[in-house]
Write a protein that binds this ligand. Sequence first.
Ligand code: ADQ
Length: 458
Amino acid sequence: MGRLIVVSNRVGPLKDTGRAGGLAVALVDALSQTGGIWFGWSGDVSDEGTFSTLKKTRARSVQMVQLDMTREDYDGFYAGYANRTLWPVLHYRLDLADFNRKFERTYRYVNERFAARLGPLIEPEDVIWVHDYHFLTFAADLRGMNVQNPMAFFLHIPFPAPEILAALPNAKSICRAMLAYDLLGFQTHRDAHNFKRFAVEEAGATDIGDNQLRIGGRVVTARAYPIGIDADAFSKLAMSPDARRHIARLEKLMGGRQQIIGVDRIDYSKGLPERFRAYERLLEDYPENRGRLSLMQIAPPSRSELDAYIDIRRELELLAGHVNGRFADLDWTPVRFLTKSFPRRALAGIYRASRVGLVTPLRDGMNLVAKEYIAAQRAEDPGVLVLSRFAGAAEQMPEAVIVNPHSAEEVAAGIQTAITMPMEERRDRWQAMFNRLCEHDAIAWSRSIMEDVKAISR
Ligand code: ADQ
């Protein structure tokens, strides 16, 4: 195999800056195996846009190559089609989707432009690995330029049931464009199954078994590759001096109370208002918990230029205020709502100091917080994960307390189960999940995709 070319909307970091997650670590690992290029948007908006001079940075055998977008590209491609159309539809939220024709046009145009700029950098032996919903049509553009190299794609977010996707205008044509990849990776078996169903029922592909589809004389592989985290490194982070400092601060603050932790970008897919209501229900239905535990929700804002994201932040502030107003006492704050981001070391310590990890998205491709929470626990006295059945992680973590995030009663009962769980049961459940996390970590994930795409290139 020649070099690897990774394509994703945001590029890097190539070096660990304390904020790089498992994904960046896995991609840098994959890139450094063969050397290669990490290609994507610079994060800058300029008048030249995709015609701007390429920005290049090199660290050993890996080069980052980035280009700008114009304001119009950004609005239509990123803030528009990617985040106002595809993100809600792929998370089953047709009610929030904005089907604006101009968004789709700009999305296709930006994909074409990125392909046109990458084209000249591709060498005959290179393998190309493209990430996420920003680049569904990218391979089709490269094929249109007669690029024959093997191309893999990984979707980090859910692929919805065909009954939902059918509402997206031109969904068939988007799906056909996706079939220009040789290998399509999804987070779960359900997502891969949904894709295959749509490709067969709507886009003219034939399911030939063994995770393969036939389309126009070509064979395309579509299967699940659940993403992992850097489990071993993360569990060590949770024991670092920095993490210990955070644990000590929290323990002092809690004064023997138990902490429930939630960590999510502010996003309607994460089920945050539902989570706050479920916590209120816990204090109503199990009054013995009043004064004895508290919820810390860490939620840095994201995509704050989108109305849906501003609305949800306001709603959360109101809900946190409401629960605190209703239940707080002189020496007890039931909910702490922090909208800042933390370095990974600090986060690892915060997870470790928390008796319950509360991960209740309404839909989530995988959810890495669920995995990080488990990796950060003490083997001798581990906390309990309460996990939404609609997070991709639930397929791989059946030992968590699995709940339906739409039901406040069920989530409240799940938290109650978690805080009253006997030590031995906590240890057994934790050990099973931790072993699996170490075996299927981020590097194993990227290597298995690379192996499969290499097999195609032979
Ligand atoms: P996200 O939607 O961003 O990812 P998630 O998988 O939970 O969701 O990853 C979030 C990451 O950000 C975690 O590593 C977490 O530690 C970090 N993070 C969150 N809040 C933070 C804070 N306040 N401070 C510091 N770090 C914070 C998308 C998909 C997911 C999929 C991933 C990876 O939506 O379903 O799991 O990609 O494929």
